[in-house]
Unconditional design. Structure first.
Length: 336
């Protein structure tokens, strides 16, 4: 299939996913009522000719949540492509260097000291925890040699991730039941924190991050040929690693600090798009981002309806389907 048809299908899937996300829930809101609410709010706010309760649910609960899911899925898939290209490892994902473990430890610390209800305390704790983790990884790996190898980064990332996971386990073991549930639910990922005040800064971060990532698609294509070939093509591998690692760290920390650790999106979606479009990052990067946005919206719908009126952590849904997809892809690869 030609790439333009695949992109058309990905955009159509994203639109359908958004419509489904704002329609499905404990209270069904029809497409006609959605159009009436949007039209009334945009063009005739003085005339309220729609259900006010449904309008509040649509505009202040479901729409921010669906847009947050789209932004998070978009970002994780985008970062997954970058990390897999940078490390030349199909098993790399945005969390490979310990960002998620650092963010989880930071969030767990905020919860354990009683700052869960304090505005922005949880996102800030998680964000700086993720930043601290990647700074430690980079400093330790850089101290071993003047030239940072990808294997050193990965091994250091595993060690730092284990360290922060141990700190999180200590905080969990010392927390009372209420805090314990909050920490565990946050670790498994949740979009319940979605609100307009969080969406705007995340949208700005993701927009700038995407523009910077698209500037380096040719560099990633050259890097796929090996570091020596990249040098011959005028690319400095060390500078490229620094820039892209900083970019992925900021994007991943920004996402994790809001919704917790949501796995498999940055691992599976790039694999699927690589099967459809090949390894050209000019196509792979935007296609994976669009696919990740749709995938996470659909997973969030399932998280809301499978156990209603309760809600499943979205990380459970992405892990379930991600593991199945991953096993299927491995089967395809081994049989080909």
């Amino acid at each position: 299939m030609k790439p333009r048809y695949i992109f058309f299908l990905l955009i159509a899937l994203l639109i359908i996913s958004i419509i489904m996300g704002i329609s499905i829930g404990s209270i069904s809101i029809s497409l006609a009522e959605q159009a009436q609410i949007f039209w009334g709010c945009l063009f005739s706010p003085e005339q309220i000719n729609y259900d006010v309760t449904n309008a509040f649910i649509l505009l202040h609960i479901r729409l921010p949540r669906v847009l947050l899911a789209a932004l998070v899925g978009f970002t994780l898939a985008l970062c997954g492509v970058i990390m897999q290209g940078l490390f030349q490892n199909p098993l790399a994902d945005p969390y490979v260097l310990g960002v998620s473990s650092g963010a989880t430890a930071g969030a767990a610390l905020m919860i354990s000291i009683g700052l869960l209800s304090t505005p922005f305390a949880l996102p800030l704790g998680a964000f700086w925890g993720g930043i601290l983790a990647i700074v430690l990884v980079y400093k330790i790996a850089h101290s071993q040699a003047s030239k940072i190898s990808t294997s050193d980064l990965i091994l250091t990332g595993i060690a730092i991730s284990t360290l922060f996971s141990a700190l999180t386990a200590i905080l969990i073991s010392l927390s009372p039941n209420e805090q314990l549930r909050s920490i565990i639910f946050w670790i498994m990922g949740s979009l319940t924190i979605a609100k307009w005040s969080l969406l705007l800064p995340l949208l700005i971060l993701v927009s700038f991050g995407t523009m910077i990532a698209l500037m380096f698609v040719h560099h990633l294509n050259a890097f796929a040929l090996g570091e020596e070939m990249a040098i011959h093509l005028g690319i400095n591998p060390e500078s490229l690693k620094k820039v892209l690692l900083i970019l992925v760290t900021l994007l991943t920390s920004g996402v994790v600090c809001i919704c917790g650790t949501i796995g498999f999106v940055g691992l599976i979606i790039p694999h699927i798009m690589r099967l459809l479009l090949g390894s050209d990052n000019r196509l792979l990067l935007p296609a994976s981002a669009l696919g990740g946005a749709s995938f996470l919206i659909l997973c969030d719908i399932l998280a809301r309806i499978l156990a209603k009126p309760a809600e499943l952590p979205i990380g459970v849904i992405t892990a379930f389907f991600g593991a199945l997809l991953f096993l299927y892809l491995l089967h395809i690869k081994s049989s080909s």
